[in-house]
Design a protein around this ligand. Structure first.
Ligand SMILES: Cc1cc2nc3c(=O)[nH]c(=O)nc-3n(C[C@H](O)[C@H](O)[C@H](O)COP(=O)(O)OP(=O)(O)OC[C@H]3O[C@@H](n4cnc5c(N)ncnc54)[C@H](O)[C@@H]3O)c2cc1C
Length: 321
């Protein structure tokens, strides 16, 4: 295996790739938590990105692809290996079809479609992060997910760039095939939308943004909801029966309901807190650490397991543990 400096020099020879050593990952995560990346490299060039991935994987060093870092918990020790970010961000429309690069900001894509009077992504307004990660995790809100509009995803499988249609992406609630093939990297996606009145779409998105900004202030160091919600039909019948019907929305039971029953609201450990108004919202109140964050998450999981016998599963992705 090459030394860090040898690998840095190797990556630095790839045109259009920016490389550095020891970049604090806290600066690349919305939690504001995380130690250094041994190497960090980013580019908006597909060619440079493929060259960097090949060099990284050929070296035997661990690799990790990140987007906006809004759904990551990075270890206080950082990441031993190469962190890569693909920043290509072009958006293009052809009638009701829109193509978006993985590095585009999801909100920019939402605004782009609304400005063209295209309906279908407006409920995703305010979900932070990149288009690539939204596909990877099938991001969604208000009863809709990006997968409903995806026609095709182009991705790099480590050998070549391939394209999958919607069915091949195996989308489910906050899931896609890309989650079980972490070596695959989403490059772009094509979506199909419907024509609609632009002003109506804008109003719908702005209403959602207003609600979201109250729940998740833009400066809050968090990952949105820490845990996935449950599909009612997948819960053990005796557990589902305990959930008041008014708490079930679109067939889903919010993880927050279980967390609330076990007294999560307002819990804290060091500078990591559970919001006192939302049991599934854990945030860094200042100089919190990953160690405290993980310990608090574990405590929440244990309490729910002991009381209801079910596992609550993190929506966030762990890095460097
Ligand atoms: C305030 C707040 C509110 C949120 N609300 C919602 C919500 O309502 N609904 C929702 O679904 N999510 C929500 N989230 C979670 C988060 O916004 C989404 O998961 C988002 O898609 C993550 O995007 P990102 O670019 O920041 O990804 P990152 O956090 O950087 O990465 C997340 C995962 O995606 C992988 N990844 C990133 N780019 C690629 C790529 N090109 N190819 C393959 N894998 C890739 C990474 O390896 C990692 O495993 C919220 C987060 C916050 C902070």
């Amino acid at each position: 295996m090459p030394t860090t400096e040898e690998m840095r020099a190797h990556l630095a020879r790839i045109p259009n790739l920016t490389v550095c050593t020891g970049a604090p990952l806290a600066r690349h995560t919305r939690f504001g938590i995380g130690g250094p990346a041994e190497l960090y490299a980013e580019t908006d060039s597909g060619t440079a990105f493929v060259a960097a991935v090949n060099a990284a994987r050929g070296s035997g060093m661990a690799t990790l692809v990140i987007g906006g870092g809004t759904n990551l918990i990075v270890s206080d020790n950082g990441f031993r290996g190469i962190v890569l970010r693909y920043r290509a961000s072009s958006l293009a429309a052809d009638g009701d079809r829109v193509t978006a690069d993985a590095g585009a900001v999801l909100q920019d894509l939402v605004d782009f479609t609304i400005a063209r009077g295209l309906r279908g992504l407006e409920t995703l307004a305010g979900i932070p992060g990149s288009v690539g990660a939204a596909v990877y995790g099938n991001a969604g809100a208000y009863g809709h997910s990006i997968s409903e509009r995806v026609v095709c995803v182009r991705f790099f499988d480590g050998q070549k760039v391939r394209a999958f249609d919607n069915a091949q992406c195996e989308f489910h609630y906050r899931e896609s095939i890309f989650k079980s093939h972490k070596e695959w990297i989403v490059f772009s996606t094509e979506l199909v939308l419907d024509s609609a009145d632009r002003a109506t779409l804008r109003r719908a998105a702005d209403d959602i943004l207003k609600v979201r900004n109250e729940k998740f202030p833009v400066t809050m160091k968090c990952a949105g909801s820490i845990f996935k919600n449950f599909l009612l039909r997948e819960l053990p019948a005796e557990v589902g029966a305990q959930v008041p019907p008014e708490s079930v929305r679109e067939g889903k039971v919010p993880a927050a309901w279980f967390l609330e029953q076990v007294g999560a609201k307002g819990m804290e450990r060091g500078e990591i807190r559970v919001a006192d108004y939302h049991a599934n919202l854990v945030y860094n109140a200042g100089a919190g650490t990953a160690a405290d964050l993980c310990a608090l998450i574990q405590e929440l999981k244990t309490r729910v397991k002991q009381r209801f016998g079910i596992e609550i599963e993190e929506e966030v992705q762990y890095v460097g543990f």
